[in-house]
Design a protein around this ligand. Structure first.
Ligand code: NAD
Ligand code: ZN
Length: 342
């Protein structure tokens, strides 16, 4: 068995290397990776070598939206059999700290998350993972769909935080993969109006194709003039103006969920509006306990993950995959297929 890996050595410097096939430890499984989605965070590391306080100091394998087949079992591993198709939840919390014990394991200070320095990710032939974080995929889901349970989880978590209910009107700002999937989950949760905004026409076209009831190109029509009233805002652009204008679209006592990460540590929020209208404002960080929901939403056709896939690259082309969305906004979700794939 060979374990080829696309290893980032620095900004714009990804090299193909041969790594030892990792040994699964106790309760771990070895997974032969079939499909990995390229996430905006991978692109950030590739372009800037850091995200906030996370800095790539040692060679790092990127990629954290992944699926594959079980190829080996560590000692005491009982949950899977060789050959199982599994999707990987990429953050392994310690399981014992206060946040973990409260069920908020996404906030575990000791989490080891794929492709976040110094933890390697999945742009490789093989990875190992704790068996509890490998979830069996139904046959009807494609390899691509299996890999995209990760961004779908971000969408599910944002809708849970927004408390989206049947009949709700939801505003999603930003039609990247995260906004597009948050939109689909809002619809699956019973929202009857879901407006999606962006500045890129191609992305709004995809939003409409995948179910948005209205799209607004804020480069042409400012959100403030679009006449929107929403029960919930799910901000998925990281743009300060989108957050400000989006909050102003909320009905009294509406909920604003900040998913998008802006470039800075701080951003302006319309505090007087939040205060006088009793707006609920919350952030989100990744997700917790979403994978079973993600798999069943996709397997029952409530959410279409294949619809956002816009390109395929071999492992040797990881470099090009990391540049694809920067070069063309129509490239919403490039996929790397390290061992072939469907
Ligand atoms: N909170 C979390 O746990 C979490 C997890 C994953 C991603 N994120 C963040 O969510 C955001 C979205 O992720 P993505 O992968 O979809 O990124 P993306 O960059 O592909 O999408 C952002 C979209 O926002 C659009 N945009 C820019 N300015 C806008 C404006 N003024 N109004 C509306 N749209 C505008 C862009 O054209 C782009 O299509 C990013 O900031 C990312 O860092 C957060
Ligand atoms: Zn913990």
């Amino acid at each position: 068995m060979n374990n080829r890996a696309a290893v980032m050595h620095g900004v714009h410097d990804v090299r193909m290397e041969e790594r030892p096939v990792p040994e699964p430890g106790p309760k771990e499984v070895l997974v032969e990776i079939k499909a990995v989605g390229v996430c905006g965070s991978d692109v950030h590391y590739y372009e800037e070598g850091r995200i906030g306080t996370f800095v790539v100091r040692e060679p790092l394998i990127l990629g954290h939206e992944s699926m594959g087949t079980v190829a080996g079992l560590g000692p005491e591993s009982t949950k899977h059999e060789i050959g199982d198709r599994v999707t990987l939840e990429p953050g392994i919390p310690d399981g014992t700290c206060r946040e973990c014990r409260a069920g908020r394991y996404n906030l575990c200070p000791n989490v080891r998350f794929f492709a976040t320095p110094p933890i390697d990710g999945a742009f490789a032939n093989y990875v190992t993972i704790h068996e509890d974080f490998a979830f069996t995929l139904p046959d009807e889901l494609s390899d691509n769909a299996g890999a995209l349970m990760e961004p779908l989880s971000v969408g599910i978590w944002s809708c849970r935080k927004a408390g989206v209910r049947a009949g709700d009107r939801v505003l999603v700002t930003g039609a990247g993969p995260i906004g597009l999937l948050a939109m689909q989950v809002a619809l699956a949760s019973g929202a009857t109006e879901v407006t999606v905004t962006d500045v890129a026409r191609e992305r709004l076209d995809l939003a409409r194709k995948t179910g948005a009831t209205r799209v607004v190109n804020v480069a042409e029509e400012p959100l403030a003039e679009a006449g929107i009233e929403a029960d919930a805002l799910i901000e998925c652009s990281g743009n300060e103006r989108a957050l400000d204008d989006g909050i102003h679209c909320l009905r009294p006592a509406g909920t604003a969920v900040v998913v998008g990460m802006g470039p800075g540590e701080t951003a302006n929020v319309p505090l007087a509006y939040v205060q006088t209208q009793e707006i609920w404002l919350t952030g989100t960080f990744r997700y917790a306990n979403t994978y079973p929901t993600a798999i069943s939403l996709a397997a029952t056709g409530r959410v279409n993950l294949d619809a956002i896939v816009t390109g395929h690259f071999g492992l040797e082309e990881t470099d090009s995959a990391l540049q694809a969305s920067k070069n063309d906004p129509a490239n919403v979700k490039p996929m790397v297929l390290p061992n072939g794939g469907s």
